[in-house]
Ligand binder design. Sequence first.
Ligand code: SAH
Length: 270
Amino acid sequence: MSTPKRFPASLRSAATPQRELLMPQRHLRQATADAARLARPSGTGLDSGAVRERMVSRLRAEGRFDERVLAAMAAVPRHEFVDSALAAQAYEDTALPIGHGQTISKPSVVGHMLGLLFAGAGARQRGSLGRVLEIGTGCGYQAAVIALLARQVTSIERLQGLHDKAKANLQRIALPRSHPVPRLVWGDGRIGHSASGPFDSIVAAAGGEDIPRAWMDQLAPGGRLVAPTAAGGRGQVLVVLDHVVEAGVSRWVRSEHEAVLFVPLKSGVV
Ligand code: SAH
């Protein structure tokens, strides 16, 4: 006798047992508890590139990440984006609290999403992510990684406290001069940023019910968007949207990837 299916299905049932649920922003309390458990004294050589190289080697061993993305991740000091008490865990593949009830995404999730952007038609041809829009700046870590792979970066955050924090973090790490300085915007990312667009790549770090129309409108021909989005009974999945133009006619080709659990895409600013 089969058990009747509940509708809507719970996220847990959608995500298991086929594959591990990708949880870039684990529940804050869980992340904080892990952080407290793992906390070690600082001053353990986090400034050396070797510790970042080790993180990247572990990701490389999985065989599913773009080398250009791994190289950028090897160059960005992730520990500079988290609280000094948590710095010792900055190179673990884990989400960490960044204040204001939010968390920094896991390195493997950042790597995966940026790899998906690189696999888009325009980025493949160009060898760069081009002009990028990020929704959900958080602490600014992913914006820094993107800056090493793009021609222009605009990143929007709705929480002013985090917007300010990201600004300070990015100033402190001083990206190489040959790369763009991310333009940080305090605002509601659901409306995109038409003044800086159109964008060759759009990446969201927060998940909504659907892809906002503004993002589609601001996605350049040949461009690709990657965003966690609700997918009915399957819970939240990574959605990839390609802006394809054929015979002068635009269409947006959508594909759905693995189940994920990002923080919600909220409206308005705080
Ligand atoms: N990329 C970030 C991850 C931040 S977590 C990093 O590297 O740290 C996702 C962020 O999305 C949160 O800071 C949250 O405040 C923000 N967010 C949620 N809804 C938003 C919206 N409508 N516009 C802009 N930011 C939003």
